[in-house]
Design a protein around this ligand. Structure first.
Ligand code: DGL
Length: 253
């Protein structure tokens, strides 16, 4: 492994593509290898032990491809496996967490809604984050929401109904910020924004990529000037799964 090696990114599927897009936007000259574990998705409703085993297996595959850093482009995988992976691996491991800290500065007496998977919200890691920055945060677990993104059904009436039901308790309340604590939901940002047109909707993608950049720089692992970047996208699932990843990668925005 050296600076010419790719950066590995993993998620249970399409959500991590939103992180990959941000990485390519901010560091277009790098080499990326994205792995969507769609065969084993979703992660968010599985136990810690199950997610840890799945992420370990996916990481072994990426290590066999000689990655120079690992990005857990998934809040659930980070909550369930980042600590263990940091102990086990010698390459840098960059994780994600719901953007509770920046959201806490937007507090104006209302609520801060944190949308994430049940796995993330029930994790010890999130508990710690929330005890520090989540005084006004309300956990909104969204089992079943990532599936709409995987199916690419952004105009599916069932998705609108899901969101209507999800937000019903908060429609009359003051909502100061909405935190997208799952990378899949980033693809639903404009849809979610429609329910709360004046409320900031935050995700952790840019912060994660900036952290990746800092870590690579500090270890002299940025791709040297003159080398060309590339993006490779792979899936543990079917060719249809892989097509979803490519389609979302090509989607403008
Ligand atoms: N994209 C993942 C996250 O950020 C999880 C989706 C899932 O597999 O449940 O939490």
């Amino acid at each position: 492994m050296n600076a010419l090696s790719p950066i590995g990114l993993i998620d249970s599927g399409a959500g991590g593509i939103s992180v990959l897009k941000e990485a390519v936007r901010l560091m277009p000259q790098e080499r990326y290898l994205f792995y969507g574990d769609q065969k084993n998705a979703p992660y968010g409703t599985k136990s810690k032990e199950e997610v840890l085993a799945l992420v370990r297996a996916a990481v072994q595959y990426l290590l066999s491809r000689d990655i120079k850093a690992l990005v857990l482009a998934c809040n659930t995988a980070t909550a369930r496996a980042a600590r263990e992976l940091r102990e086990e691996l010698t390459i840098p491991v960059i994780g994600m967490e719901p953007a509770l800290k920046p959201a806490s500065f937007l507090y104006r007496g209302g609520k801060i809604l944190v949308l994430a998977t049940p796995g993330t919200l029930s994790s010890e890691k999130y508990g710690l984050l929330s005890s520090r920055w989540g005084q006004h945060a309300v956990s909104v677990p969204c089992p079943g929401l990532m599936e709409f993104v995987e199916e690419g059904g952004f105009d599916d009436p069932a998705l609108l109904r899901y969101l209507e039901n999800l937000f019903e308790p908060w429609r009359q309340s003051q909502v100061d910020a909405i935190v997208l604590g799952c990378t899949h939901y980033v693809f639903l940002k404009s849809l979610i924004q429609r329910f709360f047109p004046n409320t900031p909707v935050l995700d952790g993608n840019e912060g994660t990529v900036r952290q990746l950049q800092r870590v690579l720089d500090s270890r002299d692992l940025l791709l040297p000037p003159g080398e060309t970047g590339s993006v490779t996208i792979e899936s543990s699932g079917t060719s249809e799964h892989l097509a979803v990843l490519h389609r979302l990668f090509e989607l403008p925005g």
